[in-house]
Design a protein around this ligand. Structure first.
Ligand SMILES: Nc1ncnc2c1ncn2[C@@H]1O[C@H](COP(=O)(O)OP(=O)(O)OP(=O)(O)O)[C@@H](O)[C@H]1O
Length: 747
């Protein structure tokens, strides 16, 4: 509040001093005459529109009155009135701007006035103050979040700031993260432009072409007027040909360089787009796994595709348009449309959000079409998608209304100036104070000015659209993972894994302890089976060994070195996981086996494939190891996928192999093949298996029974079966361990 008041006082002092001092310079010299000020504001001299600067005094009083009312409203916190006043402020600024130009034209009726410093400073200050008043208002609004939010919410009622905040807060509480502070607009813009800055060579080249283009364009109205005047005044063919030729050269030059400019900026846009996408993708793949537990894939995809496209194309296009117009018109009516920008920004933010929701839903449904079809839910899903599209449409409707108001504003400004110039210019021509061609030239420049103003305001709203689209993108880009993968150690690994008093809960469920003070030792070379009731925490132990999460307390070590201190890439060469549902990528069998293992040779690959029983089926395929696995491995059977996944784990010759119910989804024959592969590779390394099949468990050197996040029993099958009171015994006898087995494999 203090800052705003100080700013207003400074502005008021400036306004008074410059406006009144200008009156003291209403003479063809730089000599200051204070009596001139008195005589102007007290009407001592007779008022005449073309000679008296008294109008500027009236404009000053209007501005001062508006500021006074603004301060009072601020004091009384009357946000509704603040909002309404802004419309008056905008119109007063548009009026001041238009009026000052007309007044300047009036002064210039007598060319002597053009030598009055007071004329220039009065008109100049009126133009500056008309824009700065809106700027000042913007400052007041942006310092008053509550007012601003209310203002926005009046336009998009279904997105009330309260519900928005509460939603994001509850989401964040779930995520276990705090709400990221909203990045100020200027920082946001700086970041946006820094992306353009990285491609400065292309923008510079475009800018050079642009300057040549602009210089040629600036002369076109003048020579167009010349051609019209030649025709109207019947100056003869040679004069006409001369003017037309000059016009041809000018238009040719401007078109040629205009094209080069366009091409350069277009290429720069593509480069910006690449950079933004790459940075976002890099940030995403470096996030901790808990981020992916709570973030919807469709939404992230939408950020990566449509949002990034909006950012790069709008920013670059606008840099292009802005430069083009800025070169042709310096100092413009930019701040006039502050509200339109803010609206454009907010609406675009909402729009991207609704699009992301619709995309997310569509992706989820299209990738699970079998389930949808088997439950005959097509119609239901179409309706759901329709609802999402409706929300997008409703935001689009708001945008259309905002755009309408914004166009009215622009058109009004443009046409008001045109009518004023026509009226006054017509009067000058009729009274022989101006030549016809001068008026035509003036009008053509005036139209160009209008077009430039229009384009500039378009730039601003476009930029705000980019800001809206980029908020979430930058939020994701700037998101710091909850823990860094910055370990440096590269020890020689034997494969001893220890959990020491480990407690853990998932960040998305802070109040749900998963592991409680768990201590577990897995010796190097041992095969250990984790068993226990569903939800007991077995897979969570694996996730912690994989370093997907960090424990809340306690230590997890590999050969006595904390997992977090070991180099991330090195660690995952030594520890390999075959997950319950093996994930294959689009690409050849070879590509999938060698995934993330650049150091392995073709021989290593073949050895791993043989050990995992992959070779046996690949050799019969027409393209062998070059056979495509299809998206997510759809072109492979379950057993084949599983075996390729095992080969992928083995190719890095890991010291620790983790198998998460790796054979549970297979039929007996495939299972036998996979099992054979596993038995083969269990030698010479530590193996940790989460298994429900007794046949697998029995063979383990040690069985760890995990229940409700604690280790309740350890020992060999025989030892554990001796304890008839123990959980293991009851699990086995209740046949829970072999619940997923179809008969003969069971105990
Ligand atoms: N990504 C996750 N985010 C939040 N909670 C989770 C997550 N994964 C598992 N949980 C919860 O953690 C607890 C332990 O789950 P975990 O998968 O480790 O059990 P499990 O012993 O492997 O079970 P099962 O034998 O059924 O696979 C459960 O209550 C589960 O709901």
């Amino acid at each position: 509040m203090r800052r705003i008041s100080l700013l207003l006082v400074v502005y008021e002092i400036f306004d008074w001093v410059i406006t009144l001092t200008s009156f003291g310079f209403f003479a063809p010299s730089f000599v200051f005459n204070s009596t001139q000020i008195i005589s102007t504001i007290t009407f001592e001299e007779q008022y005449h529109f073309t000679t008296s600067p008294f109008d500027f005094f009236i404009l000053l009083l209007i501005r001062q009155l508006l500021i006074f009312v603004a301060v009072i409203l601020q004091i009384f916190n009357n946000d509704q009135a603040v909002k309404k006043l802004f419309i008056i402020v905008s119109f007063s600024s548009i009026f001041t701007y238009s009026f000052s130009l007309v007044k300047f034209l009036a002064f210039s009726e007598d060319t002597e006035f053009l030598y009055y410093p007071g004329v220039w400073s009065s008109v100049g200050w009126a133009l500056i103050s008309s824009t700065s008043l809106v700027g000042l208002w913007y400052f007041i609004l942006s310092n008053n979040q509550f007012n601003y939010q209310r203002l926005i919410n009046n336009v998009t009622p279904e997105y009330s700031s309260e519900s928005e905040n509460s939603n994001s807060n509850s989401e964040n509480v779930e995520n276990g993260t705090s709400t990221p502070p909203r990045v100020p607009l200027h920082k946001h813009l700086m970041k946006l432009f820094s992306y353009c800055g990285q491609q400065w060579q292309w923008f510079l080249l475009g800018f050079i072409f642009l300057n040549i283009y602009a210089v040629a364009r600036v002369f076109i109205p003048s020579y167009t007027a010349q051609v019209i005047a030649d025709i109207v005044n019947k100056r003869g063919l040679s004069a006409l040909i001369h003017s037309v030729l000059v016009l041809c050269v000018l238009t040719g030059t401007s078109s040629f360089f205009g094209g080069l400019r366009g091409g350069s900026f277009d290429y720069a846009t593509a480069l910006v787009s690449n950079r933004v996408r790459l940075d976002l993708f890099t940030s995403l793949v470096n996030q901790d796994i808990s981020f992916f537990d709570t973030t919807k894939t469709g939404e992230t995809m939408s950020r990566l595709t449509s949002d990034c496209q909006t950012i790069s194309s709008t920013v670059s296009t606008n840099v292009n348009v802005f430069l083009r117009n800025g070169v042709m018109l310096i100092g413009a009516l930019v701040f006039m449309f502050v509200m339109s920008w803010r609206l454009a920004m907010k609406i675009s933010e909402k729009l991207q959000e609704t699009i992301a929701n619709a995309n997310q839903m569509a992706e989820e449904i299209l990738s699970t079409m079998r389930t949808v079809r088997s439950f005959a839910c097509e119609k239901r899903e179409v309706n759901r998608f329709h609802n999402h599209l409706d929300s997008t449409l409703s935001v689009n409707r708001k945008r259309a209304i905002a755009y309408m108001g914004y166009t009215w504003n622009n058109e009004f400004c443009d046409n008001a100036i045109l009518v004023a110039v026509l009226f006054y210019g017509g009067h000058l021509v009729m009274t022989d104070k101006m030549a016809k061609e001068e008026l035509i030239t003036f009008l053509l420049y005036q139209m160009q000015l209008g077009e430039n103003l229009y384009n500039l305001s378009y730039v601003i709203s476009g930029l705000m659209e980019a800001v809206g689209a980029s908020r979430k993108v930058f939020e994701l880009m700037n998101r710091q993972p909850q823990f860094a993968l910055d370990g440096l150690e590269k020890p020689i690994v034997n494969g001893n894994i220890r959990f020491e008093n480990v407690s853990f809960n998932y960040p998305s469920r802070p109040n749900n302890p998963v592991l409680k003070d768990l201590t577990l030792n897995i010796n190097a070379g041992e095969t250990v089976a984790l068993v226990g009731p569903s939800g007991g925490g077995k897979s969570s132990i694996v996730s912690l060994i994989e370093h997907f999460y960090e424990p809340n307390s306690g230590k997890i070590t590999l050969d006595n070195i904390e997992v977090r201190d070991i180099n991330h890439v090195y660690y995952h060469q030594k520890i390999a996981l075959v997950a319950q549902e093996p994930i294959l990528y689009e690409g050849s069998v070879r590509h999938n086996i060698l995934y993330g293992c650049d150091f392995a040779t073709e021989d290593d690959m073949l050895k791993a494939a043989e050990m995992a029983n992959v070779h046996e089926f690949v050799k019969d395929l027409e393209k062998g190891y070059d056979t495509n696995c299809g998206e997510k491995g759809v072109q492979m059977s379950g057993g084949q996928k599983q075996r390729i996944a095992i080969a992928r784990a083995l190719v890095r010759n890991p010291a620790v192999l983790i198998l998460d119910e790796a054979t549970s989804a297979l039929d007996a024959e495939s299972e036998a093949l996979v099992q054979q592969a596993l038995n083969r590779c269990a030698k010479e390394r530590t193996v940790l298996i989460i298994a429900h099949r007794l046949s697998t468990i029995e063979k383990a050197d040690k069985i760890a029974v995990i229940s409700k996040g604690t280790l309740v029993q350890t020992g060999s099958h025989r030892e554990l079966m001796n304890d008839q009171e123990g959980l293991y015994y009851s699990l086995v006898s209740r046949q829970i361990l072999n619940a997923k087995v179809d008969g003969d494999d069971a105990m």
